[in-house]
Design a protein around this ligand. Structure first.
Ligand code: CTP
Length: 402
């Protein structure tokens, strides 16, 4: 399902290759894409709207409005709905209109108003294809940033043999998949993310923990995966489950377990993002039986846990990046900058606790990002999912710098 979540608008123009659009829709839908179809009037002569509506599971659009009830088919809405406008087959006539803004049908008006990328699979007889007017139009479309799936050489509907036959639906689908995957900025990157709280056991039923929900770390893992990164998510106890198959979740409870797993995976990762709220201390003694209530004062002696971020900071190689978080109540920026130095971080995400709606348990967060060259960017209060996008963008920028 390489096209899951992608909205593809398929434009079909009037050529004999239109019959292949049925197979094309099937392949796109099989890969998980949501497909809507806009056809020219002539295209309906080559393949029926009923066939295309059945395969795409969406009504077909041909006219500017429905003559029965006057309902308007908005070309602007269609254009903004789609992640890609794929025109296959594209006849010489339609490409000519596209190149010169001849807006006389719904397909062309949609093309002219579409904000999304456009991919075109031309189809025509060899002499039409070779005509300088047609080649010039294709060059014009390329100059607008449109992507062309080159036609193949072979037997044509006319019986002639030459270049002009529309690329096979399998090849077009492959081009669409490649188009979306090449846009992924973290393809072939492996990223370690720590998330959630840690629990430091006192006895079999009690622990020292904190209120971290893990929401921020999980949101970061999802955004990283959506950009093609392979993610190792070392997670303390949370109620969350990742949804992307590029995320491998490793469950831990204590800071020591989180340390062991992080140290194990960091050498094979390009980046580590330390979003976990690691307990700084653990009880020196673990009671293997439940501690009974007594009348005397009870004291639990604590010892420091390993600082996972600082340990990874020591291991960090030149081509690796390390990102930390800071949660401060006072002297926010000074303390955050100290942590960048002490833990050898590339940048730190400073969470403000002085802000309503930010921090543990909330769905929103307000952050500042400070890098190891002292550059600071402040962001507005936003949903954690959007904050995750800001953080991942900063990761991508940092990777591009090296
Ligand atoms: N961190 C870690 N291991 C620890 C403690 C913290 O990896 N034992 C990481 C956190 O995941 C975070 C960063 O270090 O990315 C800073 O965490 P924070 O708790 O703010 O800082 P501390 O170093 O514990 O300092 P303090 O609590 O004194 O502010």
């Amino acid at each position: 399902m390489k096209l899951k979540g992608k909205n593809i608008l398929l434009g079909i123009t009037g050529g004999i290759a239109a019959y292949k659009a049925a197979i094309l829709v099937r392949l796109l839908v099989k890969e998980g894409a949501e497909v809507k179809v806009v056809m020219t009037r002539l295209a309906k002569e080559f393949i029926t709207p009923l066939t295309m509506a059945t395969l795409s599971k969406n009504p077909i659009l041909v006219e500017f409005f429905d003559p029965e009830n006057g309902q308007w088919n908005s070309h602007v809405d269609l254009g903004s709905w789609s992640d890609l406008f794929l025109i296959a087959p594209a006849t010489a006539n339609s490409m000519g209109k596209m190149a010169h803004a001849v807006a006389d049908n719904l397909l062309i008006t949609t093309y002219l108003s579409a904000k999304c990328p456009v991919m075109i699979a031309p189809a025509m007889d060899l002499d039409m294809f070779q005509h300088p007017a047609n080649l010039k139009n294709i060059e014009t479309l390329k100059s607008y940033g449109n992507l062309i799936v080159e036609p193949e050489s072979g037997e044509l509907a006319s019986g002639l043999v030459g270049k002009g036959r529309m690329a096979e639906p399998e090849i077009i689908t492959e081009n669409v998949i490649n188009f979306f995957s090449s846009k992924k900025k973290l393809k072939s990157k492996k990223i370690l993310v720590t998330a959630g709280p840690t629990y430091e056991p006192i006895d079999p039923v009690r622990f020292i923990g904190n209120y971290s929900s893990g929401k921020m770390g999980y949101a970061i893992a999802e955004v990283l995966a959506s950009q093609g990164a392979e993610v190792i998510l070392v997670s303390g106890p949370t109620n969350l489950e990742p949804s992307n198959s590029l995320i491998t979740k490793i469950n831990v409870k204590t800071a020591q377990e989180m340390y062991t797993e992080s140290v194990k995976y960091f050498p094979e990762c390009n980046v580590a993002i330390m979003s976990a709220a690691v307990a700084d201390f653990k009880p020196v003694v673990y009671f293997d039986k439940k501690v009974k209530r007594g009348k005397d004062e009870m004291q639990i002696k604590l010892e420091p846990n390993k600082d996972i971020a600082a340990e990874l900071g020591k291991m960090k190689k030149k081509n690796q990046k390390l990102i930390g978080f800071a949660l401060e109540t006072n002297n926010e920026f000074e303390n955050a900058k100290k942590k960048i130095r002490n833990k050898n971080l590339d940048f730190i995400v400073l969470n403000s606790l002085n802000e309503d709606g930010a921090g543990f348990g909330y769905d929103t967060n307000k952050i500042s990002i400070i890098d190891n060259e002292n550059n600071q960017t402040n962001f507005d209060l936003k949903p954690k999912k959007e904050v995750a996008v800001d953080i991942v963008n900063a990761v991508i920028e940092t990777l591009m710098k090296s």
